[in-house]
Design a protein around this ligand. Sequence first.
Ligand SMILES: *[C@@H]1O[C@H](CO)[C@@H](O)[C@H](O)[C@H]1NC(C)=O
Ligand SMILES: *[C@@H]1O[C@H](CO)[C@@H](O)[C@H](O)[C@H]1NC(C)=O
Ligand SMILES: *[C@@H]1O[C@H](CO)[C@@H](O)[C@H](O)[C@H]1NC(C)=O
Ligand SMILES: *[C@@H]1O[C@H](CO)[C@@H](O)[C@H](O)[C@H]1NC(C)=O
Length: 327
Amino acid sequence: MLWLKAAFLTGLVEALVITKGSSLIPLEGCLKALPRGQALGKVANITITSGGLSRYYLISIPPTYRAEVPTPAILSYHGGNRNPEDQLELDQLTNPKFNTDTFVIYPQGFNETWQGVPGVKINDVQFTTDILNHVQSQYCIDPSRIYATGKSDGGGFCNVLACDPVMSHRIAAFAPVSGAYYIDTLPCEPDTVPIPCQPGRNDIPLLEFHGGNDTTISYDGGERKNECLPSIPHFIQQWAVRDGLGLHNVTTKVASNTISYKFGTGVHFGMVEHVYDATIGHDWPSTEPNPDNLAVGHHVASFNATPMIMEFFKQHPLNFWDLVSEV
Ligand SMILES: *[C@@H]1O[C@H](CO)[C@@H](O)[C@H](O)[C@H]1NC(C)=O
Ligand SMILES: *[C@@H]1O[C@H](CO)[C@@H](O)[C@H](O)[C@H]1NC(C)=O
Ligand SMILES: *[C@@H]1O[C@H](CO)[C@@H](O)[C@H](O)[C@H]1NC(C)=O
Ligand SMILES: *[C@@H]1O[C@H](CO)[C@@H](O)[C@H](O)[C@H]1NC(C)=O
C-alpha cells in the first residue's frame, strides 16, 4: 500500500495499473472528476447491468475524498426483505461520527436477498465484481483497502465472498453481523457440520458479531429453510483453523453484556474475532436506538459494532503479495 502510494505520488504509475502476470491492479479511476450530479459527502444511486439484470447500488462519497488519493471502500449488504436504503440507515457507516474518509457501497439484493440463501439462484459474486469494476473505474479506490460487511442474509453473503477463491483476494477483510451461514447439509449437526469454503489465501481477517437472544438466526445454529446453520462458535472456530490460528482465544469483556474472543498470536492476534452480546436479538449492535433494536422485544446493545468494524478494517489492509496474486 505504501509502495503504491509512493509510486503514485512520484508519478511512476503512469499507466495507473501495476501488472504481475495477467493481473491488473486498477487505479484507472484516479484523477477523474466526480461523475455529473455527484458531490462530496453525498450519496449517489447507480444502476448497472449484471448477469443481464438491471440492479442498483448506493454509494456514499466521503467528504474528504480527493481524486489523487487512493481511498478505501466498504461494501455493506442489507438483510433479507430489506434494501440498500435500510442498510444505510442501520449501519451508520456514513455517519461522520464514525467515518469521514471511506466510500460505502450499498448493493441491492435481487428479490431483497443474496446468493447463498436457500433457493436463491443469482450470481451476486458476479454482481459484486461488476460493482467493484465500475466503482474502481469512476473513483480513486485503494485496491488494498476494499472491505465487506453486512447483516443477516447480507452477513451470510460476506462469508460467501470470504470463501470465494477470487473475491478473497480482492476484499481485504470481512465483518458479518448476525450472519446466516447456510450449509446445504441435512441432518443438521450445528457444532460439527463441515463448512464448505475455498478462500484464495490463508490469512483472511474476519470479525463476526452475534447476539445471544437471536431468534431469527440462532446463536446455536440448527435447521432453517431446509438447510443447516452452524453454531456461531463452530463457524468462527473454523475460520480460526482455516487461517492457521488454532482454537485458542483470548477472551475480553468489552462492555457490560459483551465479550470478545480473539484468535491468533503475534502479528496475527485478532485476525479472527467474535463479539458476543448475550442479551441482544437479531440486531445491528448499537447503544443508540436503531431500526433493529426499536422492534418489540428488542433493546439497545451494550456496545457499538460500527466503530469496531471501522477499526478492524483499518488494521487489516491486503498486503502487497495478496494484492498482486489477485487472479
Ligand atoms: C435508487 O434507484 C432505484 C432504481 O431506480 C430505486 O428503486 C431506489 O428507490 C433509488 N434509491 C434512492 C435512495 O434514490
Ligand atoms: C425472485 O422472485 C420471484 C417471485 O417469487 C421468483 O419467481 C424468481 O425465481 C426469483 N428470482 C431469483 C433469482 O431468485
Ligand atoms: C474461547 O476460549 C474459551 C476458553 O477456552 C472457551 O470457553 C470459548 O468457548 C472459546 N470461544 C470461542 C468462540 O471459541
Ligand atoms: C428475546 O427475544 C424475544 C423475541 O424478540 C423477546 O420476546 C424476548 O423478550 C427477548 N428476551 C430477552 C431476555 O431480552
